[in-house]
Design a protein around this ligand. Structure first.
Ligand code: ACO
Length: 430
């Protein structure tokens, strides 16, 4: 039996359909609300608005649960490779052996980028932020593949664009890394798997052929990328969908998503966390002082890596990352004093009523930076690694939006400015 919600406005009752998801979540469908009543809904920051239906990712923030296409994040992080998860997100099912091999091979075929792209580094100022470079490079791909400009081309052409982007992302990220160090670019070695190839392009040198990525690092990188692969309608995924809804091409839609990710309240938090932990260390390591600052409403300081719009219990990704962080540092024999500070900070915050009452827990960004640092990445590169992991999610969100033939995203507003008034000439203005 279909369910309806009743709403009374100006003494008149209206019925609105209720939509129920496969996990039982309910929404009031307000698509026709304005036509029927003249009213719109207002929800600044979309705290309570479902912008789409989606079959990609389910998360229950109240219990700390995350699943992609029905598979738990714990299972995926433990048992799958990043490329398998990418396939799952983009195509809807775990690949058979043959499907995986075809997908993997197609990606290996497209890892090279046009040499012309390297010219872009001539205009980036020395020391410019890698995220700004990545945004520019990914949108520039659309110029090298003009056929991709039309997202309505046949399925094969769209699929090729998705594979190209998956394949070129690690190459571009590694180019940015090399260029920031003033080192020559290392070309992809397509006998290597996705993650090892990326690490090789990043850490090996063109003049030497003696680099083999440490399996501990390959494994941790796979895990981290899986944990970042998708997270339903977050700020960057919603941006990708919104930009894509105007029929913008995939490269530019994803570039816009990377821009959204860069912000410190979103993916940029992983850089901020490490800088915060360093600052606390330099300041003498008194974590309580910083917890108190975070609670002080007259102080702008927030505990970076804490809190989440939807997780109000714990972030399941943070649990896995914390364990991975311990494992990786132990196996690599790295002792990083900021890990101790991070743990003390977590303990102090989790027992503090301010954080408990507001349900503020460590999020995915809290421990990831410590692992990235142990792997040899500089702080300002952390968000690039997040972007590389999130790419299949953005692609899948963009594709789902297109396949569902969603209309251009165009929210409404409630106007609060002046009502109509006559124009005043300079000498009439006070
Ligand atoms: N430190 C101190 N107080 C906090 C924090 C924090 N990290 N996060 C939230 N609060 C407080 C707010 O001040 C507010 O308090 P109030 O009710 O007394 O006014 C309350 O908790 C609710 O916070 P909001 O900002 O309203 O929550 P919102 O859902 O809008 O924001 C966000 C979520 C942006 C993640 C926020 O928790 C935050 O800024 N965290 C730090 C940045 C961060 O780690 N971002 C990464 C998120 S994960 C990701 O995007 C990959």
């Amino acid at each position: 039996m279909s369910e309806n919600a009743k709403i009374t406005l100006e003494g008149k009752e209206f019925e609105l359909p209720v939509v129920t998801g496969t996990e039982g979540e309910k929404a009031i469908d307000i698509t026709k609300l304005r036509d029927q009543t003249g009213y719109i809904t207002l929800d600044v920051g979309y705290k309570n608005t479902g912008a789409t239906t989606s079959a990609l990712t389910f998360l229950d923030g109240e219990v700390g649960l995350l699943r992609h296409r029905g598979y738990s994040i714990e299972d995926l992080a433990e048992k799958a490779s990043f490329l398998e998860v990418a396939y799952l997100l983009i195509y809807g099912e775990l690949p058979t052996r043959q499907e995986f091999s075809d997908f993997d091979n197609s990606i290996r075929e497209h890892t090279l980028v046009n040499e012309g792209l390297e010219n872009m580094f001539k205009v980036f100022p020395t020391g410019s932020h890698p995220m700004g470079q990545l945004i520019s490079m990914i949108s520039a791909l659309s110029l090298f593949y003009p056929k991709s400009l039309n997202p309505h081309r046949d399925t094969d052409a769209v699929n090729r664009t998705m594979l190209r982007l998956m394949a070129k992302m690690p190459t571009i990220c590694a180019m940015i890394f090399k260029k920031r160090n003033g080192h020559p670019i290392v070309y992809p070695k397509n006998n290597l798997d996705y993650v090892s190839n990326y690490l090789n392009m990043t850490f090996s040198q063109v003049t030497m052929d003696d680099y083999t990525a440490d399996p501990i690092i390959v494994d941790a990188m796979n895990k981290l990328m899986i944990l970042h692969a998708d997270h339903e309608q977050n700020c960057s995924a919603s941006t990708v969908r919104m930009v894509g809804s105007s029929n913008a091409n995939l490269y530019c839609s994803v570039s816009a998503g990377i821009s959204a990710l860069w912000g410190p309240l979103h993916g940029g938090a992983n850089q901020e966390v490490l800088e915060m932990l360093e600052m606390i260390k330099e300041d003498g390591g008194n974590v309580q002082k910083w917890v108190d600052k975070a609670k002080d409403k007259n102080d702008n300081f927030r505990l970076m890596g804490f809190g989440h719009r939807v997780y109000k219990n714990f972030d399941p990704r943070a649990k896995i990352i914390k364990k991975t962080c311990d494992d990786v540092l132990n196996k690599l024999g790295v002792h990083d004093p900021v890990l101790e500070i991070a743990k003390k900070l977590e303990e102090a915050a989790l027992t503090d009523s301010y954080f408990v009452e507001r349900k503020l827990y460590p999020n995915v960004d809290f421990y990831s930076g410590i692992i990235y640092r142990a792997m040899g990445f500089p702080t300002d590169f952390f968000t690039v690694l997040f972007a590389m992991g999130r790419l299949p999610g953005w692609i899948a969100q963009w594709q789902e939006m297109r396949n569902d033939k969603q209309p251009i995203a165009r929210p409404r507003q409630i106007y609060t400015g002046p009502t109509e008034r006559p124009f005043l000439f300079f000498d009439q203005r006070s």
